[in-house]
Design a protein around this ligand. Structure first.
Ligand SMILES: Cc1cc2nc3c(=O)[nH]c(=O)nc-3n(C[C@H](O)[C@H](O)[C@H](O)COP(=O)(O)O)c2cc1C
Length: 357
Protein backbone atom coordinates (compact mmCIF):
# COMPACT_ATOMS: atom_id res chain seq x y z
CA UNK A 1 0.00 0.00 0.00
CA UNK A 2 1.24 3.48 -0.90
CA UNK A 3 2.03 5.35 2.38
CA UNK A 4 0.08 8.56 3.03
CA UNK A 5 3.29 10.48 3.64
CA UNK A 6 6.30 10.36 1.35
CA UNK A 7 8.45 12.01 3.96
CA UNK A 8 8.51 11.92 7.77
CA UNK A 9 10.65 14.45 9.63
CA UNK A 10 11.08 14.00 13.39
CA UNK A 11 12.46 16.79 15.56
CA UNK A 12 13.44 15.71 19.04
CA UNK A 13 15.05 17.04 22.18
CA UNK A 14 16.41 14.71 24.84
CA UNK A 15 18.34 15.02 28.09
CA UNK A 16 19.02 11.42 29.01
CA UNK A 17 17.91 9.49 25.93
CA UNK A 18 14.23 8.54 26.42
CA UNK A 19 12.96 11.01 23.83
CA UNK A 20 15.81 10.08 21.50
CA UNK A 21 14.88 6.39 21.67
CA UNK A 22 11.25 7.31 21.01
CA UNK A 23 12.26 9.39 17.97
CA UNK A 24 14.23 6.47 16.56
CA UNK A 25 11.38 3.98 17.09
CA UNK A 26 9.02 6.27 15.18
CA UNK A 27 11.67 6.85 12.50
CA UNK A 28 12.15 3.13 12.26
CA UNK A 29 8.45 2.52 11.61
CA UNK A 30 8.31 5.39 9.11
CA UNK A 31 11.15 3.80 7.12
CA UNK A 32 9.48 0.42 7.31
CA UNK A 33 6.33 1.97 5.83
CA UNK A 34 8.41 3.25 2.91
CA UNK A 35 8.63 6.94 3.82
CA UNK A 36 11.81 8.95 3.46
CA UNK A 37 12.76 9.64 7.08
CA UNK A 38 14.81 12.30 8.82
CA UNK A 39 15.52 12.56 12.55
CA UNK A 40 16.82 15.91 13.77
CA UNK A 41 18.05 16.95 17.22
CA UNK A 42 16.48 20.30 18.12
CA UNK A 43 19.56 21.24 20.19
CA UNK A 44 21.72 21.06 17.06
CA UNK A 45 19.69 23.14 14.66
CA UNK A 46 18.51 26.73 14.34
CA UNK A 47 14.97 27.57 13.30
CA UNK A 48 16.24 29.66 10.40
CA UNK A 49 17.82 26.52 8.89
CA UNK A 50 14.41 24.85 8.50
CA UNK A 51 12.85 24.97 5.07
CA UNK A 52 9.03 24.88 5.08
CA UNK A 53 8.06 21.22 4.60
CA UNK A 54 6.74 20.01 1.26
CA UNK A 55 3.28 18.46 0.78
CA UNK A 56 2.77 14.86 1.92
CA UNK A 57 5.24 15.39 4.73
CA UNK A 58 4.48 14.38 8.28
CA UNK A 59 6.33 16.30 10.98
CA UNK A 60 6.84 14.95 14.50
CA UNK A 61 7.96 16.76 17.64
CA UNK A 62 9.22 14.62 20.51
CA UNK A 63 10.48 15.94 23.83
CA UNK A 64 10.63 15.15 27.53
CA UNK A 65 8.13 16.81 29.86
CA UNK A 66 9.70 19.35 32.20
CA UNK A 67 7.51 20.84 34.92
CA UNK A 68 4.28 19.74 33.18
CA UNK A 69 5.22 21.42 29.90
CA UNK A 70 7.83 21.11 27.16
CA UNK A 71 11.25 22.58 28.06
CA UNK A 72 11.99 26.12 26.93
CA UNK A 73 14.30 25.05 24.09
CA UNK A 74 11.40 23.09 22.58
CA UNK A 75 8.85 25.82 23.19
CA UNK A 76 11.07 28.34 21.43
CA UNK A 77 11.64 25.89 18.59
CA UNK A 78 7.89 25.44 18.08
CA UNK A 79 7.24 29.18 18.21
CA UNK A 80 10.00 29.81 15.65
CA UNK A 81 8.94 27.00 13.30
CA UNK A 82 8.06 28.22 9.80
CA UNK A 83 4.41 28.48 8.73
CA UNK A 84 3.16 25.58 6.62
CA UNK A 85 0.43 24.71 4.13
CA UNK A 86 -1.33 21.31 4.09
CA UNK A 87 1.03 19.73 6.56
CA UNK A 88 0.27 17.21 9.31
CA UNK A 89 2.06 17.01 12.63
CA UNK A 90 2.15 14.84 15.72
CA UNK A 91 3.44 15.49 19.23
CA UNK A 92 4.89 13.05 21.72
CA UNK A 93 6.10 13.79 25.24
CA UNK A 94 8.19 11.37 27.20
CA UNK A 95 7.32 11.55 30.88
CA UNK A 96 7.98 9.89 34.19
CA UNK A 97 6.49 6.43 34.00
CA UNK A 98 6.50 4.41 37.20
CA UNK A 99 6.30 0.67 37.84
CA UNK A 100 4.93 -0.76 41.07
CA UNK A 101 4.96 -4.56 40.82
CA UNK A 102 3.05 -5.39 37.67
CA UNK A 103 1.42 -2.01 37.52
CA UNK A 104 2.75 0.67 35.13
CA UNK A 105 1.74 4.16 36.20
CA UNK A 106 1.76 7.19 33.89
CA UNK A 107 3.58 10.49 34.34
CA UNK A 108 1.91 13.89 34.09
CA UNK A 109 1.90 15.83 30.80
CA UNK A 110 0.28 19.03 32.09
CA UNK A 111 -0.10 21.65 29.38
CA UNK A 112 2.52 20.31 26.96
CA UNK A 113 0.15 18.90 24.31
CA UNK A 114 -2.48 21.64 24.51
CA UNK A 115 -0.07 24.57 24.33
CA UNK A 116 2.01 23.02 21.55
CA UNK A 117 -1.05 22.01 19.50
CA UNK A 118 -2.30 25.60 19.64
CA UNK A 119 1.07 26.95 18.50
CA UNK A 120 1.29 24.43 15.64
CA UNK A 121 -2.30 24.98 14.53
CA UNK A 122 -1.59 28.70 14.24
CA UNK A 123 1.35 27.79 11.98
CA UNK A 124 -1.05 25.96 9.66
CA UNK A 125 -0.47 22.38 10.87
CA UNK A 126 -3.19 19.78 11.21
CA UNK A 127 -2.54 17.78 14.38
CA UNK A 128 -2.97 14.07 13.68
CA UNK A 129 -1.44 12.54 16.80
CA UNK A 130 -0.85 13.34 20.47
CA UNK A 131 0.85 10.60 22.42
CA UNK A 132 2.39 10.47 25.92
CA UNK A 133 5.27 8.05 26.36
CA UNK A 134 5.79 6.74 29.89
CA UNK A 135 9.49 5.95 30.13
CA UNK A 136 11.55 5.92 33.35
CA UNK A 137 11.88 9.21 35.19
CA UNK A 138 15.28 10.86 34.94
CA UNK A 139 14.52 13.53 37.57
CA UNK A 140 17.31 12.57 39.94
CA UNK A 141 17.15 15.87 41.80
CA UNK A 142 14.07 14.39 43.48
CA UNK A 143 14.40 10.61 43.56
CA UNK A 144 17.02 7.89 43.20
CA UNK A 145 17.52 6.39 39.75
CA UNK A 146 15.18 3.63 38.60
CA UNK A 147 17.02 0.29 38.84
CA UNK A 148 18.17 -1.58 35.76
CA UNK A 149 15.45 -4.24 35.96
CA UNK A 150 12.73 -1.61 36.30
CA UNK A 151 14.12 0.31 33.34
CA UNK A 152 14.07 -2.86 31.22
CA UNK A 153 10.47 -3.68 32.19
CA UNK A 154 9.21 -0.14 31.55
CA UNK A 155 10.97 -0.04 28.19
CA UNK A 156 9.56 -3.42 27.16
CA UNK A 157 6.06 -2.23 28.07
CA UNK A 158 6.30 1.09 26.20
CA UNK A 159 8.23 0.42 22.98
CA UNK A 160 5.48 -1.63 21.27
CA UNK A 161 2.89 1.03 22.13
CA UNK A 162 5.02 3.76 20.55
CA UNK A 163 5.56 1.65 17.44
CA UNK A 164 1.82 0.91 17.11
CA UNK A 165 1.03 4.62 17.42
CA UNK A 166 3.66 5.41 14.78
CA UNK A 167 2.29 2.86 12.29
CA UNK A 168 -1.22 4.21 12.82
CA UNK A 169 -0.46 7.83 12.08
CA UNK A 170 2.02 7.13 9.29
CA UNK A 171 -0.81 5.24 7.59
CA UNK A 172 -3.05 8.28 7.73
CA UNK A 173 -5.11 7.56 10.85
CA UNK A 174 -5.38 9.88 13.85
CA UNK A 175 -4.71 9.12 17.52
CA UNK A 176 -5.13 11.49 20.44
CA UNK A 177 -4.22 9.25 23.38
CA UNK A 178 -2.87 12.27 25.33
CA UNK A 179 -6.40 13.70 25.66
CA UNK A 180 -7.45 10.86 28.01
CA UNK A 181 -5.49 12.71 30.71
CA UNK A 182 -7.29 16.02 30.26
CA UNK A 183 -8.66 16.20 33.84
CA UNK A 184 -5.34 15.72 35.65
CA UNK A 185 -3.62 17.91 33.03
CA UNK A 186 -6.06 20.75 33.75
CA UNK A 187 -5.62 20.37 37.52
CA UNK A 188 -1.83 20.50 37.28
CA UNK A 189 -1.76 23.41 34.76
CA UNK A 190 -1.18 26.15 37.41
CA UNK A 191 1.95 24.30 38.56
CA UNK A 192 3.25 24.38 34.97
CA UNK A 193 2.99 28.18 35.09
CA UNK A 194 4.82 28.34 38.44
CA UNK A 195 7.52 26.05 37.06
CA UNK A 196 8.10 28.36 34.08
CA UNK A 197 8.13 31.50 36.25
CA UNK A 198 10.16 30.24 39.21
CA UNK A 199 10.83 26.50 39.51
CA UNK A 200 13.04 26.26 36.47
CA UNK A 201 15.40 28.98 37.70
CA UNK A 202 15.53 27.49 41.18
CA UNK A 203 16.53 24.10 39.77
CA UNK A 204 19.06 25.65 37.38
CA UNK A 205 20.96 26.82 40.44
CA UNK A 206 20.95 23.45 42.15
CA UNK A 207 23.92 21.81 40.43
CA UNK A 208 27.48 21.70 41.72
CA UNK A 209 30.68 19.96 40.67
CA UNK A 210 32.49 18.18 43.50
CA UNK A 211 36.25 17.85 43.93
CA UNK A 212 36.03 14.62 41.85
CA UNK A 213 35.64 16.86 38.79
CA UNK A 214 38.81 16.76 36.68
CA UNK A 215 37.62 19.63 34.44
CA UNK A 216 37.41 17.37 31.38
CA UNK A 217 34.86 19.83 29.96
CA UNK A 218 32.47 17.12 28.71
CA UNK A 219 29.44 18.65 30.49
CA UNK A 220 30.23 22.10 29.13
CA UNK A 221 30.64 20.81 25.56
CA UNK A 222 27.64 18.52 25.51
CA UNK A 223 25.14 20.72 27.37
CA UNK A 224 22.28 21.08 24.85
CA UNK A 225 21.56 24.66 25.93
CA UNK A 226 25.14 25.83 26.63
CA UNK A 227 24.26 26.55 30.24
CA UNK A 228 27.49 25.36 31.87
CA UNK A 229 30.68 27.38 31.99
CA UNK A 230 33.89 27.43 33.96
CA UNK A 231 34.09 30.08 36.67
CA UNK A 232 37.17 30.19 38.90
CA UNK A 233 38.29 26.74 37.69
CA UNK A 234 35.02 25.09 38.66
CA UNK A 235 31.91 24.25 36.65
CA UNK A 236 29.12 26.80 37.09
CA UNK A 237 25.47 26.45 36.04
CA UNK A 238 23.86 29.58 34.58
CA UNK A 239 20.12 30.27 34.62
CA UNK A 240 19.93 29.00 31.03
CA UNK A 241 20.07 25.47 32.50
CA UNK A 242 16.93 23.41 31.72
CA UNK A 243 17.75 20.71 34.31
CA UNK A 244 17.61 18.12 31.54
CA UNK A 245 19.97 15.93 33.63
CA UNK A 246 22.33 15.20 30.77
CA UNK A 247 25.40 16.56 32.57
CA UNK A 248 24.74 14.78 35.84
CA UNK A 249 24.10 11.43 34.19
CA UNK A 250 26.90 11.64 31.62
CA UNK A 251 29.73 12.79 33.91
CA UNK A 252 32.41 10.06 33.74
CA UNK A 253 33.63 10.97 37.24
CA UNK A 254 30.13 11.14 38.75
CA UNK A 255 31.20 14.55 40.02
CA UNK A 256 27.96 16.49 39.39
CA UNK A 257 25.54 16.66 42.29
CA UNK A 258 22.28 18.35 43.21
CA UNK A 259 23.12 20.62 46.14
CA UNK A 260 20.17 19.60 48.34
CA UNK A 261 21.67 21.16 51.47
CA UNK A 262 22.05 24.52 49.77
CA UNK A 263 18.61 24.31 48.13
CA UNK A 264 16.71 23.59 51.34
CA UNK A 265 18.71 25.27 54.10
CA UNK A 266 19.79 28.17 51.84
CA UNK A 267 16.18 28.78 50.72
CA UNK A 268 14.95 28.72 54.30
CA UNK A 269 17.56 31.24 55.42
CA UNK A 270 17.05 33.49 52.39
CA UNK A 271 13.25 33.55 52.64
CA UNK A 272 13.47 34.31 56.40
CA UNK A 273 15.87 37.20 55.69
CA UNK A 274 13.66 38.55 52.90
CA UNK A 275 10.50 38.29 55.04
CA UNK A 276 12.25 40.04 57.94
CA UNK A 277 13.51 42.84 55.67
CA UNK A 278 10.07 43.40 54.15
CA UNK A 279 8.48 43.52 57.62
CA UNK A 280 11.10 46.06 58.73
CA UNK A 281 10.47 48.24 55.67
CA UNK A 282 6.73 48.05 56.27
CA UNK A 283 7.13 49.33 59.85
CA UNK A 284 8.72 52.45 58.32
CA UNK A 285 5.71 52.88 56.05
CA UNK A 286 2.67 51.91 58.19
CA UNK A 287 0.26 53.23 55.53
CA UNK A 288 1.22 50.24 53.34
CA UNK A 289 -0.79 47.48 54.97
CA UNK A 290 -1.45 44.67 52.50
CA UNK A 291 -4.33 43.37 54.64
CA UNK A 292 -6.14 46.70 54.63
CA UNK A 293 -5.51 47.02 50.89
CA UNK A 294 -7.07 43.56 50.43
CA UNK A 295 -3.87 42.27 48.85
CA UNK A 296 -2.74 39.65 51.36
CA UNK A 297 -1.10 37.68 48.57
CA UNK A 298 1.00 40.71 47.45
CA UNK A 299 3.49 40.19 50.28
CA UNK A 300 4.13 36.58 49.21
CA UNK A 301 4.67 37.73 45.62
CA UNK A 302 7.09 40.41 46.83
CA UNK A 303 8.97 37.84 48.93
CA UNK A 304 9.23 35.48 45.92
CA UNK A 305 10.45 38.23 43.60
CA UNK A 306 13.11 39.37 46.08
CA UNK A 307 14.04 35.78 46.92
CA UNK A 308 15.45 34.99 43.48
CA UNK A 309 18.23 37.61 43.10
CA UNK A 310 19.43 36.75 46.62
CA UNK A 311 19.22 33.03 45.89
CA UNK A 312 21.32 33.51 42.73
CA UNK A 313 23.87 35.48 44.78
CA UNK A 314 23.81 32.66 47.32
CA UNK A 315 24.61 30.18 44.57
CA UNK A 316 27.53 32.33 43.48
CA UNK A 317 28.71 32.53 47.10
CA UNK A 318 28.48 28.74 47.43
CA UNK A 319 30.50 28.39 44.25
CA UNK A 320 33.18 30.66 45.68
CA UNK A 321 33.19 28.91 49.06
CA UNK A 322 33.66 25.53 47.42
CA UNK A 323 37.30 26.39 46.77
CA UNK A 324 37.82 25.68 50.48
CA UNK A 325 37.91 21.96 51.25
CA UNK A 326 35.68 22.13 54.32
CA UNK A 327 32.86 23.97 52.54
CA UNK A 328 33.19 21.77 49.48
CA UNK A 329 32.66 18.70 51.71
CA UNK A 330 29.68 20.31 53.48
CA UNK A 331 27.90 21.14 50.21
CA UNK A 332 28.73 17.81 48.59
CA UNK A 333 27.84 15.61 51.57
CA UNK A 334 24.57 17.44 52.16
CA UNK A 335 23.57 16.31 48.67
CA UNK A 336 21.63 13.06 48.43
CA UNK A 337 22.86 12.42 44.89
CA UNK A 338 26.35 11.96 46.35
CA UNK A 339 25.43 8.63 47.90
CA UNK A 340 25.92 5.43 45.88
CA UNK A 341 22.37 4.14 46.31
CA UNK A 342 21.03 7.22 44.49
CA UNK A 343 22.58 6.08 41.21
CA UNK A 344 22.43 7.81 37.83
CA UNK A 345 20.00 7.47 34.93
CA UNK A 346 20.80 6.99 31.31
CA UNK A 347 18.29 5.53 28.88
CA UNK A 348 19.37 2.17 27.48
CA UNK A 349 20.43 2.37 23.86
CA UNK A 350 17.39 0.92 22.12
CA UNK A 351 18.45 2.18 18.74
CA UNK A 352 20.93 -0.57 17.88
CA UNK A 353 18.56 -2.43 15.59
CA UNK A 354 16.80 0.66 14.32
CA UNK A 355 16.89 1.32 10.62
CA UNK A 356 19.18 4.34 10.23
CA UNK A 357 17.34 7.19 8.55
C1 LIG B 1 13.44 19.04 35.32
C2 LIG B 1 12.55 17.87 35.06
C3 LIG B 1 11.17 18.03 35.08
C4 LIG B 1 10.33 16.94 34.85
N1 LIG B 1 8.99 17.13 34.86
C5 LIG B 1 8.15 16.10 34.59
C6 LIG B 1 6.75 16.30 34.55
O1 LIG B 1 6.24 17.40 34.71
N2 LIG B 1 5.96 15.21 34.31
C7 LIG B 1 6.46 13.96 34.09
O2 LIG B 1 5.71 13.02 33.91
N3 LIG B 1 7.82 13.77 34.07
C8 LIG B 1 8.66 14.80 34.32
N4 LIG B 1 10.03 14.60 34.30
C9 LIG B 1 10.55 13.29 33.88
C10 LIG B 1 11.00 13.30 32.41
O3 LIG B 1 10.10 14.01 31.60
C11 LIG B 1 11.14 11.89 31.86
O4 LIG B 1 11.99 11.12 32.63
C12 LIG B 1 11.58 11.88 30.40
O5 LIG B 1 11.31 10.60 29.88
C13 LIG B 1 13.07 12.18 30.21
O6 LIG B 1 13.35 12.19 28.84
P1 LIG B 1 14.84 12.29 28.25
O7 LIG B 1 15.56 11.05 28.73
O8 LIG B 1 14.66 12.27 26.76
O9 LIG B 1 15.44 13.54 28.75
C14 LIG B 1 10.87 15.66 34.55
C15 LIG B 1 12.27 15.51 34.53
C16 LIG B 1 13.10 16.59 34.78
C17 LIG B 1 14.58 16.39 34.75
Amino acid sequence: MEPKYHKVVIYYFSGTGNAKNTAFWVGDEAKRQGAETKIINIAKIQNKEIAPPSENTLIGFISPTHGFHFPEIVRRFLIGFPEVKNCDAFLMNTRAGLRIGNLFLPGLSGVSHYWSSMVLKRKGFKIVGLFPVDLPSNWLSFHPAVRKRGIGLIYRNVEPKVRRFAVKIINGKTSYRALYDIVQDALIAPVAVLYILFGRYFLAKSFIASSDCDMCGLCEKSCPVQAIKQVDHRMFWTIKCESCMKCMNDCPKRAIETAHGFMFIGSLIISSIVTYLIDQILTLAPFVDFQILGMEYAKSILITILFFPIFFMGYRAMHWLMRFGLFERIFVFSSRTKYRFWGRYKAPNRRKNAIRP
